[in-house]
Ligand binder design. Structure first.
Ligand code: 2AM
Length: 186
Protein backbone atom coordinates (compact mmCIF):
# COMPACT_ATOMS: atom_id res chain seq x y z
CA UNK A 1 0.00 0.00 0.00
CA UNK A 2 1.33 3.49 -0.82
CA UNK A 3 2.15 5.58 2.24
CA UNK A 4 -0.52 8.17 1.46
CA UNK A 5 -3.27 5.58 0.93
CA UNK A 6 -5.79 5.35 3.75
CA UNK A 7 -6.24 1.88 5.30
CA UNK A 8 -9.24 0.07 3.82
CA UNK A 9 -12.42 0.82 5.73
CA UNK A 10 -15.70 -1.11 5.49
CA UNK A 11 -19.16 0.13 6.45
CA UNK A 12 -20.66 -2.79 8.35
CA UNK A 13 -23.74 -3.83 10.28
CA UNK A 14 -25.32 -6.98 11.67
CA UNK A 15 -28.81 -7.70 10.42
CA UNK A 16 -31.60 -10.17 9.93
CA UNK A 17 -31.47 -10.93 6.23
CA UNK A 18 -34.66 -12.46 4.75
CA UNK A 19 -34.93 -15.71 2.81
CA UNK A 20 -36.48 -15.41 -0.66
CA UNK A 21 -40.10 -15.96 0.43
CA UNK A 22 -39.85 -13.44 3.28
CA UNK A 23 -38.14 -10.95 0.99
CA UNK A 24 -41.05 -11.26 -1.48
CA UNK A 25 -43.57 -10.70 1.31
CA UNK A 26 -41.63 -7.65 2.56
CA UNK A 27 -41.39 -6.34 -0.97
CA UNK A 28 -45.16 -6.65 -1.38
CA UNK A 29 -45.57 -4.74 1.89
CA UNK A 30 -43.32 -2.03 0.40
CA UNK A 31 -45.53 -1.85 -2.69
CA UNK A 32 -48.59 -1.56 -0.48
CA UNK A 33 -47.13 1.17 1.75
CA UNK A 34 -45.94 3.08 -1.30
CA UNK A 35 -49.53 3.24 -2.54
CA UNK A 36 -50.46 4.94 0.74
CA UNK A 37 -47.45 7.17 1.34
CA UNK A 38 -45.53 7.51 -1.93
CA UNK A 39 -41.76 8.19 -1.56
CA UNK A 40 -38.94 6.01 -2.90
CA UNK A 41 -39.34 2.25 -2.54
CA UNK A 42 -36.35 0.27 -1.31
CA UNK A 43 -35.16 -2.44 -3.71
CA UNK A 44 -36.24 -5.94 -2.70
CA UNK A 45 -32.63 -7.05 -2.26
CA UNK A 46 -31.93 -4.33 0.34
CA UNK A 47 -34.72 -5.30 2.77
CA UNK A 48 -33.51 -6.26 6.28
CA UNK A 49 -33.73 -5.55 10.00
CA UNK A 50 -30.60 -4.04 11.55
CA UNK A 51 -29.47 -5.71 14.78
CA UNK A 52 -26.34 -3.66 15.46
CA UNK A 53 -24.87 -0.87 13.37
CA UNK A 54 -21.07 -0.81 13.44
CA UNK A 55 -20.32 1.81 10.75
CA UNK A 56 -16.87 2.47 9.30
CA UNK A 57 -14.49 -0.29 10.40
CA UNK A 58 -10.86 -0.93 9.40
CA UNK A 59 -10.77 -4.09 7.27
CA UNK A 60 -8.10 -5.39 9.64
CA UNK A 61 -10.79 -5.63 12.37
CA UNK A 62 -13.06 -7.90 10.33
CA UNK A 63 -11.78 -11.15 11.86
CA UNK A 64 -12.36 -9.79 15.37
CA UNK A 65 -15.87 -8.76 14.39
CA UNK A 66 -16.55 -12.25 13.05
CA UNK A 67 -15.23 -13.77 16.30
CA UNK A 68 -17.71 -11.58 18.23
CA UNK A 69 -20.60 -13.09 16.29
CA UNK A 70 -19.15 -16.62 16.62
CA UNK A 71 -19.47 -16.19 20.40
CA UNK A 72 -23.19 -15.36 20.29
CA UNK A 73 -25.60 -18.20 21.09
CA UNK A 74 -29.28 -17.43 20.55
CA UNK A 75 -32.49 -19.19 19.58
CA UNK A 76 -34.46 -19.08 16.34
CA UNK A 77 -37.85 -17.36 16.50
CA UNK A 78 -40.95 -16.27 14.65
CA UNK A 79 -41.13 -12.54 14.02
CA UNK A 80 -44.54 -11.20 13.04
CA UNK A 81 -44.25 -7.80 11.39
CA UNK A 82 -47.70 -6.33 11.67
CA UNK A 83 -47.45 -2.57 11.92
CA UNK A 84 -46.34 0.26 9.65
CA UNK A 85 -44.52 3.28 11.01
CA UNK A 86 -43.15 6.64 9.90
CA UNK A 87 -40.17 8.61 11.18
CA UNK A 88 -40.47 12.25 10.24
CA UNK A 89 -36.81 13.10 10.99
CA UNK A 90 -35.55 10.42 8.61
CA UNK A 91 -38.55 10.60 6.24
CA UNK A 92 -38.72 6.80 6.19
CA UNK A 93 -41.70 4.48 6.14
CA UNK A 94 -41.12 1.11 7.77
CA UNK A 95 -42.63 -2.18 8.80
CA UNK A 96 -42.28 -3.26 12.42
CA UNK A 97 -43.93 -5.27 15.15
CA UNK A 98 -46.49 -4.53 17.83
CA UNK A 99 -44.80 -7.20 19.93
CA UNK A 100 -41.07 -7.84 19.76
CA UNK A 101 -40.23 -11.50 20.60
CA UNK A 102 -38.02 -11.97 23.67
CA UNK A 103 -35.57 -13.98 21.53
CA UNK A 104 -35.04 -10.97 19.28
CA UNK A 105 -34.22 -8.72 22.23
CA UNK A 106 -31.86 -11.43 23.56
CA UNK A 107 -30.07 -11.74 20.24
CA UNK A 108 -29.53 -7.96 20.06
CA UNK A 109 -28.37 -7.84 23.66
CA UNK A 110 -25.90 -10.73 23.31
CA UNK A 111 -24.49 -9.34 20.08
CA UNK A 112 -24.04 -5.89 21.64
CA UNK A 113 -22.35 -7.37 24.71
CA UNK A 114 -19.95 -9.32 22.56
CA UNK A 115 -19.17 -6.28 20.39
CA UNK A 116 -18.71 -4.02 23.39
CA UNK A 117 -16.31 -6.48 25.04
CA UNK A 118 -14.15 -6.34 21.89
CA UNK A 119 -14.17 -2.53 21.87
CA UNK A 120 -16.57 -1.91 18.97
CA UNK A 121 -18.80 1.17 19.22
CA UNK A 122 -22.23 0.06 20.35
CA UNK A 123 -25.39 2.12 20.52
CA UNK A 124 -27.02 1.08 23.77
CA UNK A 125 -30.20 3.13 23.22
CA UNK A 126 -33.26 0.91 22.85
CA UNK A 127 -33.94 0.32 19.18
CA UNK A 128 -37.15 -0.23 17.31
CA UNK A 129 -36.72 -3.26 15.04
CA UNK A 130 -37.87 -2.25 11.58
CA UNK A 131 -37.58 -2.93 7.87
CA UNK A 132 -37.16 0.33 5.98
CA UNK A 133 -39.56 0.13 3.03
CA UNK A 134 -39.70 3.76 1.83
CA UNK A 135 -37.32 6.67 1.87
CA UNK A 136 -38.09 10.31 1.24
CA UNK A 137 -41.75 9.87 2.08
CA UNK A 138 -44.02 12.31 3.91
CA UNK A 139 -45.94 9.46 5.57
CA UNK A 140 -49.58 9.95 6.53
CA UNK A 141 -52.22 8.10 8.49
CA UNK A 142 -51.00 4.66 9.57
CA UNK A 143 -52.83 2.13 7.41
CA UNK A 144 -53.84 -1.30 8.67
CA UNK A 145 -51.36 -3.80 7.25
CA UNK A 146 -51.38 -7.49 6.45
CA UNK A 147 -48.78 -9.13 8.75
CA UNK A 148 -45.57 -10.61 7.37
CA UNK A 149 -44.41 -13.75 9.24
CA UNK A 150 -40.65 -14.12 9.27
CA UNK A 151 -39.09 -17.34 10.55
CA UNK A 152 -35.76 -16.01 11.83
CA UNK A 153 -33.19 -18.83 11.65
CA UNK A 154 -29.97 -16.88 11.18
CA UNK A 155 -28.33 -13.48 11.36
CA UNK A 156 -25.76 -11.89 9.08
CA UNK A 157 -22.85 -9.49 8.85
CA UNK A 158 -23.47 -7.08 5.98
CA UNK A 159 -21.29 -4.61 4.10
CA UNK A 160 -22.83 -1.40 2.78
CA UNK A 161 -21.45 0.50 -0.20
CA UNK A 162 -23.11 3.73 -1.24
CA UNK A 163 -22.92 4.96 -4.81
CA UNK A 164 -24.96 7.62 -6.65
CA UNK A 165 -27.96 5.29 -7.11
CA UNK A 166 -28.14 4.37 -3.41
CA UNK A 167 -26.85 1.84 -0.91
CA UNK A 168 -25.82 -1.67 -2.01
CA UNK A 169 -25.51 -4.43 0.53
CA UNK A 170 -23.44 -7.62 0.49
CA UNK A 171 -23.85 -10.36 3.07
CA UNK A 172 -20.34 -11.24 4.24
CA UNK A 173 -21.22 -14.09 6.57
CA UNK A 174 -24.23 -15.79 8.18
CA UNK A 175 -24.66 -17.44 11.60
CA UNK A 176 -27.42 -19.95 12.32
CA UNK A 177 -29.66 -19.58 15.36
CA UNK A 178 -30.43 -22.64 17.46
CA UNK A 179 -33.56 -24.34 16.13
CA UNK A 180 -36.50 -24.11 18.46
CA UNK A 181 -37.56 -27.59 19.38
CA UNK A 182 -41.04 -27.60 20.82
CA UNK A 183 -41.30 -29.77 23.96
CA UNK A 184 -42.87 -33.17 23.30
CA UNK A 185 -46.40 -33.49 24.67
CA UNK A 186 -46.50 -35.14 28.13
P1 2AM B 1 -32.45 2.72 8.51
O1 2AM B 1 -32.93 1.75 7.50
O2 2AM B 1 -33.45 3.00 9.59
O3 2AM B 1 -31.89 4.00 7.91
C1 2AM B 1 -27.68 0.16 6.84
O4 2AM B 1 -27.48 1.52 6.68
C2 2AM B 1 -28.61 -0.10 7.98
O5 2AM B 1 -28.09 0.45 9.19
C3 2AM B 1 -30.02 0.47 7.85
O6 2AM B 1 -30.92 -0.47 8.40
C4 2AM B 1 -30.00 1.73 8.66
O7 2AM B 1 -31.24 2.02 9.28
C5 2AM B 1 -29.02 1.36 9.73
N1 2AM B 1 -28.27 2.52 10.20
C6 2AM B 1 -27.63 3.44 9.46
N2 2AM B 1 -27.01 4.34 10.26
C7 2AM B 1 -27.25 3.96 11.53
C8 2AM B 1 -26.89 4.47 12.80
N3 2AM B 1 -26.11 5.54 12.94
N4 2AM B 1 -27.34 3.82 13.90
C9 2AM B 1 -28.12 2.73 13.77
N5 2AM B 1 -28.50 2.19 12.60
C10 2AM B 1 -28.07 2.81 11.48
Amino acid sequence: MAETEAPESLRLFFALWPDAATRDALNRAGKWLHRHWDGRRMHADTLHITLAFIGATPAARLETLIACADAVAADAYEFTLDTAGYWRHKRIGWLGAQRVPAQHAELVERLNESLQAAGFPVDVRPQVPHVTLLRNTSGGDIPQCRPVSWTVGEFALVKSVTDPDGAHYTVIRRWPLAPNIAPAPA
